[in-house]
Write a protein that binds this ligand. Structure first.
Ligand code: NAD
Ligand code: TYD
Length: 335
């Protein structure tokens, strides 16, 4: 396979590229990434000299560039997106541009050049918010996005399916729950909390801390994407989850415990606007059809992730002291 991976310098995309080249050493990857605040080529040091890997800096909204690159590949995997809910609340323009228009550009380029597969990486957040007793989301759950981020992702999913139905473009989609693992940008819950504690700072818990997410180790997600790419059925959507529903406070207490700290390190802060209460995934379709299920136990994956942040402080300290500092202070106030 020759794959155009978009957004491959971000958290999940860079883990995917490292995972994929290890497991498919004869396949080729072109990584197209705009290198926004979230893109970081240091995530890809391990593969930068691999002759089957090439990096191109560019925007997925740039049709001429995408249309040229697509001629060199037979497959697109679209990871590129604006991904942080809090940022989408501060301003949604980039979210609509990249997540919706960028996906449209990729779809048109794929259609014009007769690609064999377009795999779209999506999220469980498109399904909305569950009550405590509701059944988990599955592939038939109606879309009900509630943040600018999830609304833009939902729009992109609809476009991808429209190109399947209207133009027979060979697509697949995966909707995955919250990922965690190495190289996650320190604006999401787990890396913010872990790096704050390493720095001796408190952890900001939004609202009452009882929102629930289903956590999956990033390699489990990427193994699922790999499987869908090779064995998934064209036109189908697959939901992937981590079998690990946790409240934010459960996670907070686990991390605090790993640092030998207690509740004195928690700072309850103002809740996120429109904060979705609960996400949960029923992944029985991909389990039944492709034999996939998550393998990493949450406690093991989280311990491994904490270790990674302890051992790679140069990586995140550079980020936390750079341009991102302004965002962090706007979000949480000076500290
Ligand atoms: P991330 O924010 O870490 O990385 C996004 C990457 O996309 C960055 O490298 C960035 O530079 C690049 N990018 C942004 N705009 C671009 C553009 N216009 N053109 C080219 N590149 C651009 O995100 P992530 O957490 O790795 O998420 C990757 C994908 O997985 C996204 O589509 C996201 O919606 C989806 N997803 C994420 C999670 C999660 O928990 N993080 C869960 C489910 C699905
Ligand atoms: P996040 O990592 O932003 O992922 P998402 O909102 O896309 O699920 O947030 C995960 C949960 O953690 C969510 O309920 C918001 C909460 N949260 C905090 O309590 N404090 C924080 O500093 C962050 C970043 C998130």
């Amino acid at each position: 396979m020759k794959i155009l991976v978009t957004g491959g310098a971000g958290f999940i995309g860079s883990n995917f590229i490292r995972y994929y080249l290890k497991n498919h050493p004869d396949d080729q990857i072109i990584n197209l990434d705009k290198l926004t605040y979230a893109g970081n080529l240091e995530n890809l040091k391990e593969v930068e000299k691999n002759t089957n890997y090439k990096f191109v800096k560019g925007d997925i909204c740039d049709f001429d560039l995408v249309n040229t690159l697509v001629k060199e590949v037979d497959t697109i995997i679209n990871f590129a997106a604006e991904t942080h809910v809090d940022r989408s609340i501060m301003g949604s323009e980039d979210f609509v541009k990249t997540n919706v228009e960028g996906t449209r550009v990729l779809l048109d380029a794929a259609k014009n050049n007769g690609l064999k597969r377009f795999h779209h990486i999506s999220t469980d957040e498109v399904f909305g918010s569950l009550g405590q007793k509701d059944a988990p989301f599955n592939e038939n759950t109606p879309y009900d996005p509630r943040s600018p981020y999830s609304a833009a992702k939902a729009a992109s999913d609809h476009l991808v399916r429209a190109y399947f139905h209207t133009f027979s473009l060979p697509i697949t989609i995966s909707n995955c729950s919250n990922n965690y693992g190495p190289y996650q940008f320190p604006e999401k819950l787990i890396p913010v909390f872990v790096t704050n504690l390493i720095e001796g700072k408190k952890v900001p818990v939004y609202g009452d801390g009882l929102n629930v997410r289903d956590w999956i180790f990033v390699d489990d997600h990427n193994r699922g994407v790999d499987l869908i790419l090779h064995k998934g059925k064209i036109g189908e959507t697959y939901c992937l989850g981590g079998k690990s529903e946790k409240t934010n406070l459960e996670i907070t207490n686990f991390i605090l415990n790993e640092f030998g700290k207690g509740e004195e390190m928690i700072e309850y802060v103002k809740d996120r606007a429109g904060h979705d209460r609960r996400y949960a995934i029923n992944f029985s379709k991909i389990k039944k059809e492709l034999g996939w299920e998550p393998q990493v136990k949450f406690e093991d994956g989280l311990k491994q992730t904490i270790e990674w942040y302890k051992n790679n402080q140069a990586w995140w300290k550079k980020i936390k002291s750079g341009e991102y500092k302004d965002y962090y202070q706007k979000q949480y106030g000076p500290r």
